[in-house]
Design a protein around this ligand. Sequence first.
Ligand SMILES: [Zn+2]
Length: 333
Amino acid sequence: MQVQTVTGPIGLDQLGRTLMHEHLFIAFSGAEFDPTAVFDRPAFVAEAVKRLKQLREEHGVKSFLDPCPIELGRDAALMKEIAEKSEMQVICTTGFYFEEMGLPIYWRARTEQEIADLYISEITHGIGKTGVKAGAIKVATGKPITALDKKFLAAACIASKATGTPIITHTQDGHGAPEQQELFAAGGVEAHKCLIGHCCGNADPAYHRKVVDGGSYIGFDRIGLLRFQPDEVRADNLVKLVRSGHRAQIMMSQDRHCGWLGKFARQLSPQEQAHIDAQRAAGNWPPPYTYMFTDFFPMLKERGLTQHDIDSILLDNPRRYFAGEPLPLPNQA
Ligand SMILES: [Zn+2]
């Protein structure tokens, strides 16, 4: 049993501490036409390598899953170069984003099987001519979940079943996780093969309970993204899940990036822009990948979690997810 990284397959025991949802580089489709959007590739690589080395050396992170959708500037050769230079084990995904913010016209017109064939090819043969193989399948849905979103999700189910590859998702505005679980079940994919992402965007513990009771992994994967949820709420809800015996299903990550082409895919308020400009001037933009370790874990410990709980979430859960093993019984977790 192996995990496919951008520099080749590794054994499950080599995975180590893993961040399950972070990005290196993001470019929304169309940004490449913006004359104000500059991208200095060597400078970006140097910065990314520095940040990944810091994660590895200061916090013992060995693996980093970048679930960049195909059409959001996913660049397998760039990921490979950064992985080689930083010695971080980077895993990339196949799969598109969702209708409201992605889905190229060409692929909208394809059948579920044609889309699945692309995903299967990127998993088994590699992405384009790079030789880099995808290690997971990205699925994204909007609010509400559209018919097109469902078609791409169904294609991911076909590819997952054909290759045994696990699925990682984006949900929008803390909405749609139980619906995704129902669609995966209908598509014949077992719940424990799915990490339902961005569930921390919903403040209601009942929503989280529904996801874990459905048997999937639950993403508390926007830690530090305060625009979507205060971290106090994330910490309270995460601790509730551990206390109710669901530690084995939690994945913690931050959905950060260290490079973004051009402007954001929405208009920023003047206050938001001023904040970013100030952070950039101080050398703190984009914010670092280490935040979870320096700022969020102390919040978990204040609420009674132990280092053992945190280590188990960062180490055991990613390993079990990639292994495709069933969840442990609650009293064995
Ligand atoms: Zn993301």
